[in-house]
Write a protein that binds this ligand. Sequence first.
Ligand SMILES: NC(=O)c1ccc[n+]([C@@H]2O[C@H](COP(=O)([O-])OP(=O)(O)OC[C@H]3O[C@@H](n4cnc5c(N)ncnc54)[C@H](O)[C@@H]3O)[C@@H](O)[C@H]2O)c1
Length: 277
Amino acid sequence: MYNLKGKTAIITGSGKSGAIGEAIAYKLASEGCNIVISDIGITKEEQFSAEHIGTTKEMDTIVSEIKKLGVNAVGISCDVRMENQVSHLMEKAKEAFGSVDILVNNAGIGYIMEPFTEFKEESWDAVLDVNLKGAFLCSKHAALQMIEQGNGGCIINIASQAAKSGFPFAAAYTASKHGMIGLTRSNAVELGAYKIRVNAVCPNHITTGLGHWQNKFFSDKMGLDYDKYLQSIVDKNPLKRTGLVEDIAKAVAFLASDQADYITGEAMNVTGGEEYH
Ligand SMILES: NC(=O)c1ccc[n+]([C@@H]2O[C@H](COP(=O)([O-])OP(=O)(O)OC[C@H]3O[C@@H](n4cnc5c(N)ncnc54)[C@H](O)[C@@H]3O)[C@@H](O)[C@H]2O)c1
């Protein structure tokens, strides 16, 4: 549909099954991209927060499944908080497929929530480090690569509805996602000269691992049964459903394609009408 054949797409935080990054990887593969699956790359035993982190084993499985779609795929571990690992990711991607054309900054954490007056400094740093510093480092090194190639490129930041509106107990997450929009706009202005387009996608609630954890957190806080809480989200949504990972993947494929070649600096809501500014 979008003719992305032969382009190389790197999706950070894409080594977890059922999550948004995996869906983006499948969609871009189905549009002909060679895919770099990338995640923090640790084993179950090493995990600091098992339920939230994609494992090296899951990463390998996703790579094999993507290859069945008739494109090339590799798995490259990268903790987006570490600049040396990020530059290594870009080098390895270029080595594997000859170029870096599309970067999707998807890696993120959303499971650290605390009342604002009790918010710990280390919690703030942990969230900002992955969500915002990670996107900064990956964008920087992808842009360096794209500028050297001289054919333009495309960077897509997976932000959130929390990039447009505030949410209780989520000061760090909300600030990190608002920050991502600033990064998007600034980079769009600066990198436009190199034909690098930079956009963001802002999803509402999707019941991934992260989404499930947030549902549980908020339903407990409100003293509501989990299903009742989820239904309350559906009820207030104009399209009467929560988001699906595929909704985000479709928006990313569009923004990565030539159909969006005059779109940059945009923060596109994909929320079923829940967010509209
Ligand atoms: N699920 C939602 O409701 C929702 C809504 C809006 C935005 N988002 C955003 O979408 C993105 C994906 O979220 P998801 O729901 O699929 O979450 P998820 O927890 O299922 O997946 C997040 C991925 O990021 C990876 N990751 C975490 N720290 C990393 C690091 N330091 N380096 C590299 N990878 C790391 C994890 O291993 C995991 O694979 C996140 O940026 C999230 O903030 C999600």
